[in-house]
Design a protein around this ligand. Structure first.
Ligand code: SF4
Length: 264
């Protein structure tokens, strides 16, 4: 969908200049999604390649080698870590596996919603950092599975054969499996706190973290009030942080820095 250099706005590497590789395709339907334009995979379309000399458009269907070249083109200086984001990058496990050895030593950071543990397990060994974006169930609408858009592109989806969770129990199983996979690795969990939620809505996520990955760094992200997303009150953020501390979780509250700085 796009390749651009910016500053990481969330999670354990907040503030780090990185290159972002945003992939089309997401079967999930988070209510506060800030990139709904990434949901559908277009049969034909363009990717935005934001080079320091100026952005240009390229056909969006690209292999790992092409993507690695674009990453190098978009770096304004020396090599940066690469944040693979979406969409849901786990829609493209074969692409991620092919990209990793082409990054010339750059770190590969994966941003994922933690809904597809079997696929996460496949790509984990090539990821230098995993950021699990955990969602309260009330923030999720029913998923819509990705479809191969043309017969010729069916092969590209061959690796993405894991159904998305639908029920509360399926979500719980997916999240806990993902948390167990990243426990003890270079990883973090993020939870966006919006003003539409109450503190108790976060109890299941915090309980799962305590049970499956108690040492994982947890970043609470107060939602930025844009596009109709309600900002949380100070009291709500403090309550959720305290609930995390009660469980001995390593919690930090960090606002969305890219929003504050109006960065892409
Ligand atoms: S997983 Fe990410 S891209 Fe997909 S709906 Fe949720 S926020 Fe949007």
């Amino acid at each position: 969908m796009e390749v651009f250099a910016s500053i990481q706005g969330e999670g354990a590497f907040v503030g780090e200049p990185q290159v972002f590789l945003r992939l089309f395709g997401c079967p999930l339907r988070c209510r506060w999604c800030d990139t709904p334009g990434s949901w559908k995979v277009p049969a034909t379309g363009e990717a935005r390649i934001a080079r320091p000399a100026g952005a240009r458009r390229e056909p969006c269907w690209a292999g790992a080698f092409q993507a690695a070249c674009w990453i190098a083109e978009c770096e304004p200086g020396s090599p940066r870590s690469v944040s693979v984001t979406g969409g849901e990058p786990l829609a493209w496990p074969d692409f991620i596996l092919a990209l990793a050895p082409l990054l010339g030593g750059r770190r590969l950071h994966l941003e994922t919603a933690g809904a597809h543990p079997r696929t996460l397990a496949r790509v984990l060994t090539v990821c230098d950092h995993v950021s699990l974006d955990l969602k309260p169930e009330l923030d999720l609408d029913a998923p819509e599975e990705l479809r191969s858009v043309e017969a010729g592109q069916a092969q590209a989806f061959a690796g993405a054969d894991e159904r998305s969770p639908r029920t509360k129990e399926e979500w719980q199983r997916a999240r806990t499996a993902c948390l167990r996979l990243v426990a003890g690795r270079d990883a973090c969990a993020k939870i966006v706190v919006s003003g539409a939620r109450e503190a108790r809505d976060f109890t299941p996520l915090l309980d799962e973290l305590e049970e499956c990955a108690p040492a994982l760094a947890l970043y609470l992200t107060p939602a930025t009030p844009v596009n109709g997303v309600p900002a949380p009150s100070r009291e709500l953020v403090e309550s959720v942080a305290e609930m995390a501390r009660d469980r001995d979780l390593a919690v930090r509250v960090v606002p969305q820095v890219h929003r504050m700085l109006a960065l892409p």
